[in-house]
Write a protein that binds this ligand. Structure first.
Ligand code: NAI
Length: 400
């Protein structure tokens, strides 16, 4: 039997997943992209061609995959028809638009997957699906399975590497009976790599979101900046100093304290997946990091970070100023740090470092999420903390 899946998005990840999934014999692939005229352009480009992925496997071998989705559309009715798995493969700020658009057409017993979910995915999905949420299963993967980029829009995408393994959590709605097993089915869509590892507790995935990395590094670098343009774009990770490393480490400590407190409050529920960011670097980048003596050195000597610089805007005289509206803040604060802060607040854990960083970042984003140490700012509804959706207690958090 052929299964029909829907892929939402039109960027790097959506290109990859579309071609990969369409190359599997037992899958029929629909694509929904709402952004500008992407659906129309992409459809035209594939009229006489296949979509090509140039793949570099982790052992260095290369190959090409050619295939194409059945339809690429902007029309949610067409896109969702007959589908029992929906993948959202867009940056977190675009999730809301897809939830709104597909909800009227969703059938009971649908699996909805954030690939990646990013922090707060489940809270937002539950809330925006409304009554339909309990008939669905909501899954979240912790990252994209590949490092990938579009070489030519609509036609050609490159996979530069596969993750070895990838964590996934899922919440089964109280009235949802999927006709297929979640993990095996998602694994079949992705293929052999990465190996999906089930994380029992969705809160652990939220607390381990990598959106904790960028804001402390930005704050550490630019928190006291006097506004003078700089001659070069500074290295983002490999230029990290002791102050920045200390900030990141403290943020990670606060997240870890939150996980420990939740485990205590919920009778030892499993939070073992939540580990300190320094430990994560040592495991995750074990072959790329040359010096593992400290968090600062691990980041400075991580080959995966070669040459990556701060997001900067050029000035008229050829210098640079930081771009505080880049994803590192506009995404990683409302869809990252604010979510973790919200979970910590519910757990009753104080987070002075996280609070300080959110307070700084929100002025740059012209938003107000936090007031003092509480998430009571006027813009909290536009972030993805539990509090953004009216969740305030441990029971509400755990009985999602
Ligand atoms: P991308 O940057 O390629 O996404 C762009 C696409 O998002 C656009 O083509 C459009 O379909 C949609 N979009 C952009 N602006 C929009 C707007 N204003 N309204 C509605 N839709 C809009 O994203 P990519 O690279 O596919 O990444 C997806 C997620 O995976 C992100 O959260 C990213 O951080 C994460 N990720 C990406 C990796 C990569 O190698 N590309 C690696 C690890 C994680």
């Amino acid at each position: 039997v052929k299964r029909r899946i829907l892929i939402c998005g039109g960027g790097n990840g959506a290109h990859c997943l579309s071609a990969l999934a369409a190359s599997r014999e037992n899958l029929d692939v629909n694509v929904l992209t709402l952004f500008q005229d992407e659906a129309e352009r992409w459809t035209k480009l594939l009229e006489d061609n296949d979509l090509k992925i140039s793949v570099t496997y982790n052992d260095g071998t290369e190959s090409e995959i050619l295939s194409k989705p059945s339809i690429i559309t902007k029309d949610p009715a067409k896109a969702v028809e007959g589908v029992d798995i929906v993948f959202l493969v867009v940056p977190a700020f675009a999730h809301a638009q897809y939830f709104t658009t597909i909800t009227p057409y969703l059938q009971p017993n649908t699996l909805i997957i954030g690939l990646p979910g990013q922090a707060g995915f489940e809270f937002q999905c539950r809330s925006m699906l409304g009554k339909k949420a309990s008939t669905c299963t909501i899954a979240s993967l912790e990252s994209l399975p590949w490092a990938c980029r579009i070489l030519e829009f609509g036609k050609h995408v490159q996979i530069l590497g596969f993750k070895e393994s990838l964590g996934m959590s899922f919440l089964t709605g109280s009235e949802c009976n999927l006709s297929f097993p979640v993990v095996e089915t998602v694994q079949e869509v992705l293929g052999e790599k990465p190996h999906i590892q089930v994380i029992e507790n969705y809160i652990a995935v939220n607390l381990m979101a990598k959106s904790i990395i960028h804001p402390p590094l930005l704050y550490g670098k630019w928190g006291d900046w006097d506004g003078t343009p700089v001659p070069e774009k500074p290295l983002f990770y490999q230029g990290i100093d002791e102050i920045q490393a200390e900030l990141l480490s403290k943020v990670s400590d606060e997240v870890l304290a939150t996980a420990k407190e939740l485990a205590k409050l919920r009778n030892g529920c499993d939070m073992s997946e939540v580990i300190h960011i320094f430990d994560w670097y040592k495991i995750y980048y074990k072959d790329q990091v040359a010096d593992k003596s400290s968090l600062m050195m691990a980041m400075r000597t991580n080959k995966a970070y070669d040459g990556l610089v701060h997001p900067m805007t050029p000035t008229e005289d050829g210098k640079f100023v930081p771009d505080f509206n880049y994803r590192y803040t506009s995404e990683d604060v409302p869809f990252g740090l604010v979510v973790m802060k919200g979970i910590a607040e519910i757990a009753g854990v104080e987070t002075p470092t996280i609070d300080k960083i959110i307070a700084w970042a929100q002025t740059k984003l012209d938003k107000e999420y936090i007031v003092g140490s509480k998430l009571t700012g006027k813009d909290i509804a536009s972030a993805r903390a539990p509090q953004s959706y009216g969740l305030h207690t441990i029971d509400e958090l755990f009985n999602m």
